[in-house]
Design a protein around this ligand. Structure first.
Ligand code: SAM
Length: 340
């Protein structure tokens, strides 16, 4: 999800493509489903309204987990489990569960996170340059103040898809020599100046740089790749994997993974998984094209603009061995360039 004008729904999170997600997840009575990105619980509530099943609510953000616990207090079908969806297998194992009937992921950040200046995700609100969903580990300020100019340029170019990444990185490194970055608006200001101002563009010039730093700080692509490989191992035959992305790199990672695992890999990427000879498909993709929000949804919720939904059914075939040469491995930053 990208930043944008201050939301008219401040203090809430309007779920994107919720109806389509619940349709794809198709929860049934007695099932065990995982919401790997609980956030504000929008998907969780919508799904629990249509069937009587157990929902494991995962989020890496402690504030989202407080909401999940409050939800669990009102609905015993909700089981909160703090952590990262990339570690879904370990989380389930710790709960003495190995297999589930469905997994839904709604990537990126929630409006709660964007709207709270203290979290440092937004270039529209002044706050500490933080961006850590988990509230631990290196922050965006650490990245901007300590990575090399080349590293910053790569991150901004590849994860932000920003053409002027080198110019921005040069300016950041030049400025931090006299005064390290500590706040969001300071960073937004320096990026804007590096790009020569707004030039009448509708989006803020710092949009792509902020997105790139957020993705790097939270290792968002790495988390997605780990979650896909884990989903293959923990979904029961007939289980459903439902993913909403907001970034072209992430949509492409999901698309290439599902192509490879459903036996439809035309070998388009040098970097991402290839279909191994003799391996049985582990997923069935019924709808090849990504589902996009309707015009009505994007009109009422501009955050939905870049959303893409893909889903698939787990087959009975055994999971592929990810350590083998034909596995789906974590692409490095440079390799992600190849899938953008
Ligand atoms: C777009 S919001 C989800 C909103 C939710 N579907 C709803 O309807 O309210 C994304 C959420 O995923 C969480 N998140 C992002 N990456 C995560 C990860 N790797 N593991 C667990 N949670 C993650 C964020 O903290 C955020 O709360």
């Amino acid at each position: 999800m990208s930043d944008g004008p201050i939301s008219p729904h401040a203090g809430t999170h309007v779920p994107v493509l919720a109806e389509e997600v619940i349709h794809a997840l198709a929860p049934v009575a007695g099932a065990v489903m995982v919401d790997g990105t609980y956030g504000g619980g929008g998907y969780a509530r919508a799904a629990l309204a249509v069937a009587n099943f157990t929902l494991i609510a995962i989020d890496r953000d402690p504030e989202a987990m407080e909401r999940a616990w409050a939800h669990a207090g009102k609905d015993p079908r909700v089981i909160p489990a703090a952590g990262r969806f990339g570690e879904i297998e370990q989380i389930l194992h710790a709960m003495s569960r190995d297999q589930v009937d469905g997994i839904m992921l709604d990537l990126g950040v929630s409006s709660f996170q964007i709207d709270e200046a203290e979290r440092g995700f937004s270039f529209m609100r002044d706050g500490p340059l933080d961006m850590r969903m988990e509230k631990r580990g290196p922050s965006a300020a650490d990245a901007v103040n300590h990575l090399t100019e080349g590293e910053l340029a790569d991150i901004i170019h590849i994860l932000g898809e920003e053409h002027a990444a080198r110019r921005i990185a040069r300016e950041l490194v030049h400025r931090r020599r006299s005064q390290p970055f500590t706040t969001t608006l300071d960073l937004a200001d320096v990026v804007e100046k590096a790009l020569g101002g707004r030039r009448g563009k509708p989006t803020h010039p710092a949009t792509r740089t902020f997105q790139a730093l957020r993705m790097w700080v939270n290792d968002e692509s790495g988390e997605l790749v780990r979650a896909l490989a884990a989903a293959e191992r923990v979904l029961k035959p007939g289980g459903r994997l439902v993913i909403v992305t907001f970034h072209s790199i992430e949509d492409r990672i999901v698309k290439l993974f599902l192509r490879s695992r459903s036996g439809n890999d035309p070998g388009v990427s040098r970097h991402l998984p290839k279909m191994a000879k003799g391996k049985a498909p582990t997923f069935e993709v019924l709808q090849r094209k990504a589902i996009e929000p309707s015009e009505a949804e994007t009109a009422s919720n501009p955050r939905a603009r870049s959303a893409r939904l893909r889903w698939a059914l787990r087959t009975e075939a055994p999971a592929w061995n990810v350590d083998a040469d034909d596995g789906f491995r974590l692409p490095g930053l440079k390799q992600l360039e190849g899938v953008a």
